[in-house]
Design a protein around this ligand. Structure first.
Ligand SMILES: CC(C)(COP(=O)(O)OP(=O)(O)OC[C@H]1O[C@@H](n2cnc3c(N)ncnc32)[C@H](O)[C@@H]1O)[C@@H](O)C(=O)NCCC(=O)NCCS
Ligand SMILES: Nc1ncnc2c1ncn2[C@@H]1O[C@H](COP(=O)(O)OP(=O)(O)OP(=O)(O)O)[C@@H](O)[C@H]1O
Length: 233
């Protein structure tokens, strides 16, 4: 099974790309944000740990997580953000591995992982190939402010600076997808990217037959990190 890690800075266009991959190409995507929302639902061990760490002020009256309140706490304080990550990320990793396993059992050839903190959380080590969506800080800020009008300019800046920069991600990735212009151009780049990934489906076929080939693909992905990356125009 080919595991393609999709990442990028906040508001770089990951969801836009993964929705297109799901709808237009009918390929499976596991979205870390969706999983991260699920593991903190009322009654979950994660939510209990969050309340122990940050207090009941991060809960709404109905007992669910008050996301804006927790966001205000953690995006303004790096230590607190790291503490939240240490509570939520292990549960997210576990759930994503379970989902991957289900796809593997079904014989799925290719799965995309949409993970904002792919490199920060070292989840790229699980991927056969990584794709980073890049967008200039100015466009990111503009799009984030338009998508989340409830956030102040300061909060937007804090969210942007809490992540690895686009340049750093570009250094670590196999493929770079630019998202500076309109959405249709982005979709066209995704089509070209998928075409480039397809020759490797032979590897997928072999991987389905032999777990050792899967292991080889993981080792190969480590080696790929040191190879020249491709920019899709
Ligand atoms: C702090 C929380 C409650 C704020 O919720 P909110 O609904 O405002 O944001 P949402 O979860 O939709 O995330 C939006 C984007 O923020 C960025 N982001 C989220 N969490 C983090 C983080 N810990 N560090 C850096 N960036 C983050 C990502 O780019 C993400 O796509 C939430 O982001 C959270 O629980 N974060 C910790 C889990 C996490 O790291 N999620 C990212 C995917 S694993
Ligand atoms: N090429 C584009 N042109 C104009 N708007 C865009 C483009 N790409 C994405 N957007 C818009 O920018 C915003 C951010 O995109 P999207 O939600 O896909 O980013 P994301 O990387 O998934 O964000 P997050 O890290 O917060 O999950 C959305 O409102 C989306 O519609």
């Amino acid at each position: 099974m080919l595991i393609i890690g999709l990442t990028g800075t906040i508001a770089s266009g990951k969801s836009t790309v993964s929705n297109y991959i799901k709808k237009q190409h009918n390929l499976p995507v596991i979205d870390a944000d969706v999983v991260a929302h699920r593991v903190v639902e009322p009654g979950t061990p994660c939510l209990k740990k969050i309340v122990r760490e940050f207090g009941t002020e991060v809960l709404k009256n109905d007992g669910s997580l008050n996301r804006p309140a927790l966001g205000r706490i953690i995006f303004g304080d790096e230590q607190k953000r790291l503490r939240l990550n240490s509570i939520v990320h292990p549960a997210v990793r576990k759930e994503m591995l379970k989902e991957l396993w289900r796809y593997y059992i079904r014989g799925t050839g290719i799965v995309f992982l949409d993970v904002p903190l792919l490199f920060e959380a070292r989840m790229h080590l699980l991927c056969t190939t990584t794709v980073t969506i890049v967008c200039s800080p100015m466009n990111v800020k503009r799009r984030l402010m338009a998508r989340n009008p409830e956030l102040s300019e300061k909060e937007v800046e804090q969210r942007i600076h809490s992540q690895m920069s686009s340049q750093e991600k570009t250094q670590l990735t196999d493929f770079v997808l630019e998202n500076e212009s309109d959405v249709l151009s982005l979709y066209a780049r995704v089509d070209r990217l998928l075409f480039r990934l397809h020759p490797s489906t032979f590897g997928t076929f072999l991987a389905l037959l032999c777990p050792f080939v899967q292991l080889f693909l993981v080792v190969y992905s480590f080696v790929r990190q040191y190879c020249k990356k491709e920019r899709i125009y």
